[in-house]
Each structure stands twice: as C-alpha cells, then as structure tokens.
Design a protein around this ligand. Structure first.
Ligand code: SF4
Length: 344
C-alpha cells in the first residue's frame, strides 16, 4: 500500500490522494504522520484518509471538517537522520564565499519548529507553537553533516533567535566548530539579538522576511516597519553577516507595491533580495479569507481550483505583478544577479 504525507494531503486530502494515486493520505506533520500511518495500517486501519474515517468529498474539503492530524511525536522520540544514505554533496543552497552568495553544497538543520507570529499569508507546517529540539541533538546533526563532508548548513528555523535563551546557548555551542551557516528571521529579532554572537557561531548570512516597506499597513499581521528592516539589515552587515531580504509582491492593498515604490526601496536596500509573488495557500488565514472570493463563494476542493484562485487574485491585482517582478530582477542586488569572485 502507498501512503502520502505532507501539507498538501493534510489540507486537501481527497484531491491530493486522487492526484497522486496513492492508497492513503496521512494527515499531520510529515514525520509524525508517517510513523502514525504505519502503526495504524499495521493495526488494521483501512480508511483512505488517516487517522480519521473518510468523509464525503464535499465535507472533507471545507475548513470546518478538516480531518484531524496524527498527534505530533515528541521531538526526542524521532530517529536520528541516516545522513550516510544521502548524497549530501548533491544538495545545494546559497552559501557565502568572500561575503557573496553562490550556490554550493549545503546541509540543513532545524533547531526549533513552529512560529508564534501569525502572519496571515504564511503557511506554517509545524504550527504556531515553538518546540525546541534538544541542543545535543542539533549539534550532533551538524556534526554528522560535517562528517559527511559539508562545511555549510542552512538553519530552517523560521525565526532564528526568537527564544533568546535557547538560541544564545545554541550559538555558544556552535562556536569553534568550523561550520558556516545561513538562517532566517525577523527584523525585530535581529534588533534585539546579539548578532556578533551569531557571527562567532558561524553565521555568515541571514534572511529577513522583509516582504515590503508597507507590510505593516497591509493587514496581514506583520507589523514590521521600514525603519526596522533597514536597521536590521545594517546591524547584520556591521557584524559581518551578509543580509538577505525576502520580498513579497502582491500583498492585499500594499500601497508600496501598487505605486511601484517597492522597487525603489528594494534598489536602495543594502542587502541581497529574493522575490516571490503572493500565493494563496491552503492552511493560511489569508486563504480562508480570500479564496472563496475567487472561487464562486466556496473554498476550492481541488488543487486545480487552488491554482486558479491565485491566478485570479493576481489578475485582479491593481498592477501587473509580472512586470514589477521583471523590474526587480533587473536590479543589481537581486540575488539571481550575485556573482561570486572566481577563486584564485
Ligand atoms: S512570515 Fe515569518 S514571522 Fe510571519 S508567521 Fe511566517 S515564519 Fe512566522
């Protein structure tokens, strides 16, 4: 029998099962759902959507009747990853060389799951509660990836530094290990943190969820000011950490995006930036609010309808988002234009 896990199946199980042609969908966090599904199937479960009983299609795809997820396993219970089974050097991400980003072999580590901020456009596969991994485990995972030949890792934590005690201890334990890393966080957290300690721990680059200079006024519950973003970028740079900014085009009523000021702001930002256009994602509050408006008054029941919702949202946006994206791509500090110096 075949089982699919992950956010797609968790949010639209019937459509995901039909598209993938699998026997079962297991809902919940991918690792806990995998373990839960194997246990349930061995115990005789046969529902198409696990752990709950299958519900009629039209009921299942509405938020009120989302199937319950498998409960999360305690992080201490999860098996240690078998890095030796994976060709680690084949996985690449932005690594920093001479202060510039370039693609290179990069591992991955997650010290804490979840994010307590409630930005309504953001999909949080690990939910809104923070769960920290034991620090011994985090350090062992990094050591195992170093032993497999990697010198660089990406911290997948959504808001690096959010818990000052936990991340200070983590950084203290990373000092002197010779590992370089890039992470991601928010501007206010940078402003409250000892980023020199991050740098001593090997931090060479940090992504900020900057999104737009007018993000605080867009009603998506991300109250970060333009001044905070700039201050955080400069603070990182001064600590020797290469700053990166996520830019998000097409937020609802984003006056900076609509007027084009966003492009001038990005051009002057002393940071590399990457671009995304807003996607209305199942599992987010913004999707629940806006998707019915672009789908005949009801939430989509299929992934095709989900795609259509975003296409219609973008088409109805007051400006041409593709055109604005093109203007951004032409800026010298767009990440895709980074050119690392040739060695030697
Ligand atoms: S955008 Fe960042 S801060 Fe906001 S909810 Fe998502 S991960 Fe958390």
């Amino acid at each position: 029998r075949t089982v699919a896990v992950g956010p797609h199946g968790t949010h639209l199980p019937v459509s995901t099962r039909a598209e993938l042609g699998v026997d079962h969908i297991a809902c919940g966090e991918a690792d806990s759902a995998t373990v839960g599904a194997v246990r349930a199937l061995l115990a005789g479960a046969d529902a198409s959507v696990l752990p709950g009983a299958a519900a009629p299609h039209n009921l299942l795809e509405s938020p009120e009747s989302r199937p319950r997820p498998f409960p999360n396993l305690r992080l201490e219970e999860l098996a240690f990853p078998a890095y030796d089974l994976v060709p680690t050097a084949d996985y690449t991400a932005e690594v920093i060389s001479g202060g510039l980003p370039l693609p290179g072999p990069c591992g991955m580590v997650l010290a804490a799951r979840g994010c307590t901020y409630g930005c309504t456009f953001c999909h949080l596969p690990f939910g809104t509660k923070m769960r920290n991994q034991p620090l011994d485990r985090v350090v062992c995972e990094i050591e195992a990836q170093q032993a497999a030949g990697l010198e660089f890792v990406f911290f997948l934590d959504y808001v690096f530094g959010i818990n000052r005690v936990f991340y200070s201890e983590l950084c203290a334990r990373l000092e002197g290990r010779g590992v370089g890393w890039v992470g991601q966080t928010r501007a206010e957290v940078v402003l409250k943190s000892d980023v020199a300690a991050w740098a001593r721990a090997g931090c060479q680059g940090m992504w900020l969820g900057a999104e737009s200079p007018a993000i605080a006024d867009t009603g998506v519950h991300k109250r970060v000011s333009e001044a905070q973003i700039e201050e955080a970028v400069l603070k990182l740079r001064d600590a020797g950490i290469t700053p990166f900014a996520f830019v998000l085009l097409g937020l609802p009523q984003d006056q900076a995006c609509v007027s084009g000021r966003l492009v001038d702001w990005a051009a002057k930002l002393p940071a590399w930036f990457g671009i995304n256009q807003l996607y209305l994602r199942p599992g987010t509050a913004l999707y629940d609010e806006l998707a019915p408006r672009y789908n005949g008054g009801v939430l989509p029941a299929t992934w095709r309808e989900v795609q259509e919702v975003t296409r219609r949202y973008r088409a109805a946006y007051p400006i041409d988002l593709d055109q604005q994206q093109q203007r951004l791509i032409e800026l010298p500090n767009y990440l895709g234009n980074a050119i690392a110096p040739v060695a030697g």
